[in-house]
Design a protein around this ligand. Sequence first.
Ligand SMILES: Nc1ncnc2c1ncn2[C@@H]1O[C@H](COP(=O)(O)OP(=O)(O)OP(=O)(O)O)[C@@H](O)[C@H]1O
Length: 317
Amino acid sequence: MVTTSARADAAVVVRGLTKHYGDKRAVDGLDLDVARGECVAVLGPNGAGKTTTVEVLEGYRRRDGGEVAVLGQDPGTAGRDWRTHVGIVLQSADDAAEATVGELVRQFARYYPDPRDPAEVVAAVGLQDRERTRVRRLSGGQRRRLDVALGIVGRPELLFLDEPTTGFDPQARHEFWDLVHRLRDEGTTVLLTTHYLEEAERLADRVVVVAAGRVVGSGTPAALGGRAARSAVVRWVEDGAARELTTDAPTRVVAELAARWADRGLDEVPGLEVRRPTLEDVYLRMIGEAAGTTDGLPAATGATDAVRVGARVGVPA
Ligand SMILES: Nc1ncnc2c1ncn2[C@@H]1O[C@H](COP(=O)(O)OP(=O)(O)OP(=O)(O)O)[C@@H](O)[C@H]1O
């Protein structure tokens, strides 16, 4: 049940959301909370139900079941005023191909009661040199930037970003991340979907992993799936052979190795490497477990779990 108090505090409350397309359960009992001012990244494999969920929250798609409150209202019935508080960046927007970038952003600004300055928005997404360019002449990445401009020009309280940086070059992606940080600093709540784990790590206060229409994990990017507490793998080369040790005390293992090499009059331990599971490792494990197939994960992921020696200290000679 989405209670009245939950509605007052939260930007988004979803309980037991379901959506079917024929026999296909695209969303299958999904729960989600986004606090006001928070940035939440929804991760999940192709077809997990991310876009369907976001479209329900945006009021673009009818749900089959469950309860949804977005800025305190049901997006299925909310009116025009609600829409002016919500910014939407679709995966592929219908553009007015013959309009110029500047014309389109100014036109969108007129739909909102308190819009941002269109010229500033165009500059914020890095399209100032394209202000007079017709939309149909933009590159794929430039069109995505225009989509983002159209999503933020209304100064939304809550911004939905569905795979916002697909097709961006690395520099544009970094600029976009800076832009999202600025929006966050202004208090904008952000819900984004992405396939880029680095993007989730850079932007999100919290990551939600969705597989087969359900949430299979959530947490801060640093702690997701107990990542901060998980063991590290220390690797080095000794007597011409690769050595590996999984430990909860990597600093002590490295100190012991260093001491052993110092005894031999050497400064450097050959091939020394300390690796903790990355967000990608944890993510792949979660969706693998959700699919019932943890086989086939990248070798590095398997290696992290290969040898569990707990807090053992003492490097095998
Ligand atoms: N309009 C539709 N009609 C029929 N099936 C659909 C429709 N939209 C989505 N689906 C199906 O519903 C499931 C969830 O799709 P959805 O687009 O929500 O996933 P997604 O997590 O956003 O995927 P991606 O990462 O590829 O964007 C998929 O199996 C998809 O094929």
